[in-house]
Design a protein around this ligand. Structure first.
Ligand SMILES: Nc1nc2c(ncn2[C@@H]2O[C@H](COP(=O)(O)OP(=O)(O)OP(=O)(O)O)[C@@H](O)[C@H]2O)c(=O)[nH]1
Ligand SMILES: [Mg+2]
Length: 550
């Protein structure tokens, strides 16, 4: 009996399949090729050579796969299974194993009880089957113990309170007959300090605009607008206005489209200034080391969004740039989940997202710029005082992707080069699916980066930019589980990194369009995106303002 570790591509077909084997382990990254292109479509026209090799195929086929494989992928697998049965003289057992541990010599030991010595130990089919039953049991036990360990993780009250405050994650179900909590009154007293500040901001902002309009319409000498009486009345009206809007939120510059900075908590150098956002600019794309990356600039900090394929990188990028709204939602829903940001999207400037892993195949650079203008006392813009810019970089994913292997190698090399060499890179947002946390591929990726850094260092001290963990798809996880996940992820990261991990907080987001509002909490439309915007805005250098107004 022999074990073959097959790639299933044409080259290894000739190598592996010419020697009859009893077990074949297939790497999941080739499944796409196998099932879509090679077998189902080419088989009828194939020469007898392929049929011969198929007949010589093993009795056991191990297809590695994600547990939650997509329907499309399940169909591929089942079509392969049918062909397998059709072409095989003997019944073949097909098992789908978790994609994280395969194609290693270890795999042969674990699944078939074969040694990894040059010639695998001879075992009968029967023995292998018995062994594999044990393994199924072991796997099940391992899963259960993992689940138990997760449940046993303590929930830290401050983390849970933060999660509830920003409104991400699924809230615990209300018992059937329990009383519904009264809804927050947006115009009235808000729950947190931030919300009060935001409510005041909108109320005041609108008052000022209204007064400006009034002033223009009427005679400029009229006593309208600045009197305490007039202001009071307008504020009440505006509170009703913000009530109608359904929700309010205040993205920091440069994420906001038009903002007058009156708030004391913001940087002093911006106080009394107006920030006007320009349309997002696509600075460039690069898919391999042969392509030229956009030039680095001193005052232009960069933030890279990295993570496994399909973890939600591009969706998060769009949410950061444009808010997590969806124009396709019905007007009512749009209004409810909407944001004050009315930036019109220029064509081609939104990152393409897909449920199929491997959608983004190039590093894509999006530049966000906002002009800082000074204003006179009547709130009329006078002159430009500077710019605030940030570069957000959408990276392709690692792990399984629907793409040719050469292509994935190219983009992985480029990603490593970019992350290790780029000096203006100020932060790596390391995205993890909140349902799964760290997976083996994540550690592999981080490990490769650390190795690359050590090899490059040659005695000189250079470090990776701070890595900030962002848990995505939080809308699919219970809030208590999110709190546990934060604790586990933090510990895993500090255990893994050679250096001390940065003290940056773990961010929680739910970036899917329209989601943060309807599914999560009525008064927080952003599903954690706003918090991340605030975190990133702190990286942007404030312009040196030299206006008349100080
Ligand atoms: N429920 C939910 N789904 C999300 C969220 N973020 C992303 N998704 C979905 O996840 C899928 C993948 O999203 P992408 O943004 O394309 O993922 P990616 O990491 O850019 O993937 P690649 O470009 O292939 O590396 C899409 O179907 C999104 O709608 C989220 O916060 N909640
Ligand atoms: Mg993408």
């Amino acid at each position: 009996m022999r074990v073959s570790f097959g790639d299933f591509d044409t080259k290894s077909l000739s190598v592996d399949f010419n020697t009859p084997s009893s077990c074949l382990v297939v790497d999941s990254k080739y499944q796409h090729d196998v099932t879509t292109f090679k077998f189902p479509y080419k088989l009828p026209q194939q020469s007898s050579m392929v049929v011969k090799t198929l007949l010589a195929m093993p009795r056991w086929l191990f297809l590695s796969s994600k547990r939650s494989c997509s329907r499309e992928r399940q169909m591929h697998i089942s079509s392969l299974q049918q062909i397998w049965f059709a072409c095989h003289m003997r019944p073949t057992k097909l098992r789908i194993i978790d994609g994280s541990n395969f194609l290693t010599e270890e795999c042969s030991r674990r699944f078939c009880g074969l040694s990894s010595s040059p010639l695998p130990a001879i075992r009968t089919f029967q023995e292998t089957r018995i062994f594999s039953t044990n393994i199924v049991r072991e796997e099940e036990e391992e899963k259960q113990s993992n689940r138990a360990a997760f449940r046993a993780t303590p929930i830290i009250p401050s983390i849970l309170a933060y999660i509830e405050k920003i409104g991400v994650g699924m809230r615990p179900k209300r018992p059937k007959h329990a009383k519904r909590k009264p809804r927050a009154d947006f115009g009235g007293k808000s729950e947190t300090l931030d919300e009060i500040a935001e409510a005041d901001f909108f109320a005041e902002n609108e008052t000022q605009h209204r007064l400006q309009r009034l002033n223009k319409d009427r005679d400029s000498s009229a006593n309208v607008g600045k009197g305490p009486k007039g202001t009071k009345k307008s504020v009440t009206n505006n509170q009703e206005g913000s009530k109608k809007r359904g929700a309010f939120w205040l993205p920091p510059p440069p994420f906001s489209s038009s903002l007058r900075i009156d708030n004391d908590s913001l940087n002093d150098s911006l106080k009394g200034r107006r920030v006007i956002r320009r349309p997002v600019k696509l600075l460039g794309k690069a898919g391999s080391l042969h392509h030229v990356l956009p030039r680095e600039s001193k005052g232009l900090p960069e933030v890279a969004i990295a993570g496994r394929s399909n973890v939600g990188k591009s969706t998060l990028l769009n949410a950061l740039l444009y808010g997590n709204t969806d124009e396709n939602l019905s007007p009512r829903k749009y209004q409810r989940g909407g944001t004050p940001d009315t930036t019109k999207l220029p064509k081609g400037i939104k990152a393409v997202t897909s449920s199929k892993p491997g959608q983004t195949k190039e590093l894509t650079f999006y530049q966000l710029t906002a002009d800082v203008m000074s204003e006179d006392d009547a709130h009329e813009t006078i002159e430009e005082e500077g710019k605030m810019s940030l570069l957000l970089v959408d990276l392709p994913g690692y792990g399984f992707a629907f793409a040719k292997e050469e292509r994935t190698i190219e983009w992985t090399n480029l990603m490593h080069h970019y992350l290790l060499e780029r000096r203006s890179l100020k932060r790596i947002l390391f995205l993890l699916d909140a349902r799964h946390g760290f997976k083996k591929t994540d550690f592999d990726f981080l490990g490769d980066l650390q190795d690359g850094l050590m090899a490059k260092n040659n005695g000189k001290k250079r470090e990776l930019p701070p890595i900030q963990i962002v848990l995505t798809k939080c809308d699919l996880v219970q809030q208590t589980d999110l709190a546990r996940r934060v604790v586990i992820v933090k510990k895993q990261l500090s255990d893994f990194l050679i250096r001390e991990p940065s003290s940056l907080p773990v961010m929680l987001v739910s970036a899917r369009a329209g989601i943060g509002f309807n599914n999560v909490r009525r008064d927080t439309p952003m599903g954690g995106v706003l918090e991340l915007q605030r975190e990133l805005a702190a990286l942007v250098p404030k312009p040196q303002t030299h206006g008349k107004k100080k």
